[in-house]
Design a protein around this ligand. Sequence first.
Ligand code: 5GP
Length: 209
Amino acid sequence: MSANSREAVVDAETDWSTLPGRLVVLSGASGVGKSTLVHRLIDRAGGKVRRSISATTRAPREGETPGVDYDFVTAEVFEALRGDLLESAEVHGARYGTPAGPVREALAAGLCVILVIDVQGGLQVRRKVPNALLVFVQAPSLEALERRLRERGTDDDAAIARRLANARREIEASKGYDVQLVNDDLEACVAALIATLAEHQCTGGSDRD
Ligand code: 5GP
């Protein structure tokens, strides 16, 4: 069955759990490799997985493309969007949120939609979309995480300290997640993520009932 034949009329009132596609939340500390993992997953998923693009008030980093990595918006625009967000949170002093409309449309088309968001957002998604699959990616250790953040070279010492403190809180909150993966080897972690999605029928195709 093609994805199109599954398309349903969806609006803001549609019960998320009735949509044919599956929502996946991927959380983990900054620097743990979530973006790379998701790029590789999407490359290998044959069009079945789509990443949601978040809105954020933080400034773009070098190498980031507006509309691809994030929709970079002002605080005023973010507040105007708020009513249309599936979830939102303040992380490291900036606001982030998932626009609900594009996620709903992709789920209606039978796709697996992946949200790369923090645990506050993940737990909001759990309440609104009970059948969402929540996956948390751990670094092998906090020391390894600190090393990766320093190697990435995008944050100063204060920002790294804030990200590490946040990582400790996230690890605690991730106990409410369905699956925990450890990223000590990127390829092995990509394989584990692909296997997890298949096992939970997230990428099982649009014939799933
Ligand atoms: P970064 O600024 O390093 O790209 O992201 C900082 C944190 O914000 C990461 O944990 C990232 O997953 C999270 N984040 C990115 N987009 C969203 C979003 O739309 N909602 C929430 N709740 N967190 C987000």
